[in-house]
Design a protein around this ligand. Structure first.
Ligand code: CO
Length: 506
């Protein structure tokens, strides 16, 4: 009672930008799969916006009424919004993974989840069950003619890019051995001087020492190179950044004691212990695959996502979203009831890695709670001026994402557009203006400025209990959306997405 009163007093005093019940409803399962032309549109879809926006995330937060413990354990549901000649078509489909099909048939939870979901019946029913369900829920990319739903601990699921029907587990034409995972955070390096684009991704086999494998694929999906590296310690690596010469990882200062997981008492992620007295390690793997791996130490912090990295004057810069410690939900916790004030908020940090001296300096660029960074695709691995990121409405404190923040690193200026009080934000995706316009027909000034493009973001509107695709002009997001495409249903808060200039309709 004491706690409840304190919490209510705190809420009133803080004058929150959101209502918790609103936020919670964005986590309701969406069981319906639908496809239709979107007819409820405010504003106008930009004429040059042609192509397909994909987004992945947990579609089910329960199995037949039994709640899963954490959204990260939810079955992947892919949304596709196709822009064609000023119109937009919506489609969503569940990824028909082996586990999804089995649980839908059984009508109950059959698998343990990495983030805390357990089978009913307590530890006795979970002991020694180390099989984890591939939920294919984290990212979705269209590469080499294949649409791939990614989840970092397993191989990708391939979907039909037009209908989103599941084709099955995919080895990338034999690049992946049976059981070999493929991370959910590939980086795409734009080809220069006539060279094609490259997809660079990784996989991790964690253990007492861990193996990181790097893959580089050409535009057709063919393997250009792969190389594996053993690094000391248990590696918990969700994301990676690239520069022309390096793949860069941040090894969070965590230890892993698998015993409670093996005994059925905790999930794998709940066995991860953050060590605030140990440094975070920046691991630089040379992309040539032959030079020695370099490991530098910096402040203890926890990173899920990096924004970008680049090389400049012999130093390597990395921008990341940093947490003070690992934000986890314990076995007895309920993620819908989390006390935001007790959890660390993501902040934007810039790291400067001096390789000859083996030193790292960092500065906090933005302390407003933020997550899900994006930038102009031409600047991946290169110096850049503009970053766009999901952010809290308030400048201080931890809170759900309700806004988009634009940071201009050159001038230090910021712009913000907020959907508060009843709108909730997700990951923005930057689409350069005229991406699908051929160079011959493009006007001379097309896409010359780094912020000349559109930000696409699926937001949840609690007032109507539905989701909307919001399109912002990245040059000035304070003007508000140029278009809001209202969907007929809500889409639970998602994870990552991507855009391709291919108009993928059946
Ligand atoms: Co991620």
């Amino acid at each position: 009672m004491q706690n409840l009163e304190t919490s209510q007093a705190k809420t009133a005093a803080q004058n929150l930008s959101y209502d918790r019940t609103d936020w919670q409803r964005g986590y309701e399962s969406q069981r319906n799969e639908s496809d239709y032309w979107i007819d409820d549109i405010e504003g106008k879809i930009p004429a040059d916006l042609q192509g397909t926006f994909f987004r992945n995330g947990p579609g089910l937060l329960d199995i037949n009424g039994d709640r899963i413990h954490h959204p990260f354990d939810g079955d992947g549901m892919v949304c596709a919004i196709v822009f064609s000649d000023g119109r937009a078509h919506f489609r969503n489909r569940f990824v028909h993974t082996e586990g999804y099909l089995a649980e839908q048939t059984a009508g109950k939870i059959l698998h343990r989840g990495v983030f805390g979901t357990q089978k009913a019946g307590g530890w006795l029913n979970n002991i020694f069950d180390l099989k984890i369900k591939n939920i294919a829920n984290t990212n979705i990319i269209y590469w080499g003619g294949k649409l791939l739903a990614l989840w970092e601990a397993a191989a990708p699921y391939r979907l039909d890019p037009c209908t989103l029907e599941t084709i099955g587990l995919d080895t990338l034409d034999g690049i992946l051995q049976p059981g070999e995972p493929f991370a959910a955070h590939p980086r795409i390096e734009k080809g220069k001087n006539g060279a094609g684009d490259r997809l660079i991704n990784f996989s991790v086999k964690p253990g007492l020492s861990s193996t990181i494998t790097i893959y580089e694929l050409d535009e057709s999906g063919k393997l250009l190179k792969n190389h594996a590296h053993r690094i000391p310690g248990f590696a918990f690596l969700h994301d990676m950044v690239v520069t022309p010469n390096y793949c860069i990882f941040f090894q969070n200062p965590v230890s892993f004691n698998p015993l409670p997981f093996v005994l059925g008492m905790r999930s794998a992620s709940q066995c991860i212990q953050f060590s605030p007295d140990k440094p975070t390690q920046a691991i630089l793997i040379p992309r040539n695959g032959t030079d020695a791996v370099q490991i530098l130490e910096t402040e203890p912090c926890f990173v899920f996502h990096h924004c970008n990295a680049w090389e400049e004057g012999g130093e390597v810069f990395v921008d990341s979203v940093c947490y003070e410690s690992f934000p986890n939900v314990g076995p007895d916790g309920d993620f819908l009831e989390i006390d935001f004030d007790s959890l660390p908020a993501g902040e934007l940090w810039r790291f400067k890695l001096n390789l000859p001296d083996k030193t790292v300096q960092h500065q906090v660029v933005e302390s407003r709670c933020c997550e899900f960074p994006t930038l102009h695709p031409n600047h991946v691995g290169q110096p850049y001026r503009y970053l766009y990121i999901g952010a809290a409405d308030a400048p201080m404190g931890n809170a759900p994402l309700q806004a988009i923040l634009k940071v201009d690193f050159l001038t230090g200026e910021q712009q913000i557009w907020s959907a508060a009080p009843r709108g909730f934000a997700g990951e923005p995706v930057f689409v350069p203006r005229g991406l699908s316009v051929s160079p011959d027909t493009a006007t001379p000034d097309t896409a010359t400025a780094e912020d000349d493009g559109w930000l696409l973001m699926l937001m949840y509107d609690a007032a109507k209990h539905r989701s909307s695709l919001v399109i912002l002009d990245a040059r000035d997001i304070t003007k508000g959306p140029v278009a809001r495409l209202h969907l007929k249903n809500h889409i639970p808060y998602g994870l990552h997405g991507s855009f391709t200039s291919n108009v993928l309709l059946p």
